[in-house]
Design a protein around this ligand. Structure first.
Ligand code: ADE
Length: 266
């Protein structure tokens, strides 16, 4: 899996992608990244990448020429102009994704969808926005990482690289798995405990110390269901639930005392 990242601030990427799981995956050849400074594709002595918006108003808009030139050069796309019958952006093999608060919302299912591609280009928007022709004529997709406004798409691009890399085969060590992650199952994850069994008088739930695998599995599933029901009931509508799960949730609804007892473990 290869990410081409187009930004005016490549230095922002040093650090988050040079450590931990993403770095391990890079070293193992599971994922690779290339950073391109959009300014390097701007023309003229001053290499200008932004300009005033037509129609007035505050802020600056990222110009189309350097962004088109950067992507055409790196992805080997033939330059297109209005009226040409060449492939429309939507039929391009490599997704070209603009990070913007106006995009479709990123979540685990979008991460899974992206993980299926061998190569992805990410364009980090800045300033007030990006010239509309970049959206319409170059990008194949627009993604937002949430309903808030960042100073630019760089942090959003890093979030996407991290979430997608975790899903690639071999990216997590054998001892870890993405399968139980919160959201991967459609439920929030169950609580985790490690040693010591008694920390300042706060004890690990007795059942976890029992070594009884089937009971531990059932407890974890029930805790995941309970936690999701309490914190993110909206997720239960999309989650894949067994008959046992549904019966457990129905019991929780009816038996407040049981719900309270189980919550003590949360
Ligand atoms: N750029 C600015 N805010 C953003 C957001 N929420 N998601 C993606 N890109 C952004």
């Amino acid at each position: 899996m290869h990410f081409d990242i187009f930004t005016l601030f490549p230095a922002m990427f040093a650090g988050p992608l040079d450590d931990s799981i993403v770095m391990r995956a890079r070293t193992a050849g599971i994922v690779s990244l290339a950073l391109y400074n959009i300014r390097d594709y701007a023309e003229g002595k001053h290499a200008i990448t932004d300009d005033y918006p037509y129609g007035g108003g505050g802020g600056m808009v990222m110009k189309p020429e350097p962004i088109f030139r950067a992507l055409e050069s790196v992805l080997g796309l033939p330059p297109r102009s209005a009226g040409e019958l060449e492939a429309a952006p939507s039929s391009r093999p490599t997704p070209i994704i603009l990070l913007t608060p106006q995009g479709r919302r990123f979540d685990q299912s979008v991460a899974l969808e992206l993980a299926d591609h061998p190569r992805i280009a990410l364009i980090c928007g800045r300033y007030e926005g990006v010239d509309e022709r970049v959206r319409r004529q170059l990008c194949t997709d627009e993604i937002s990482i949430g309903d808030f406004v960042l100073s630019g798409g760089e942090l959003a691009a890093m979030v996407i690289v991290d979430a997608v890399t975790r899903l690639l085969p071999g990216a997590l060590g054998a001892e870890q798995g993405a399968a139980d992650d919160s959201h991967a199952t459609g439920l929030l994850e169950y609580p985790h405990y490690t040693r010591p069994p008694d920390f300042r008088g706060w004890r690990v739930p007795e059942l976890l110390l029992s070594g009884h695998h089937a009971n531990v599995q059932r407890w974890r599933r029930q805790q995941a269901l309970l936690r999701t029901a309490l914190r993110r009931p909206d997720m239960l509508e999309m989650a894949w639930l067994t008959d046992d799960d549904l019966a457990f949730l129905a019991r929780l609804e009816q038996d407040r005392e049981l719900a309270g007892r189980l919550q003590a473990d949360l």
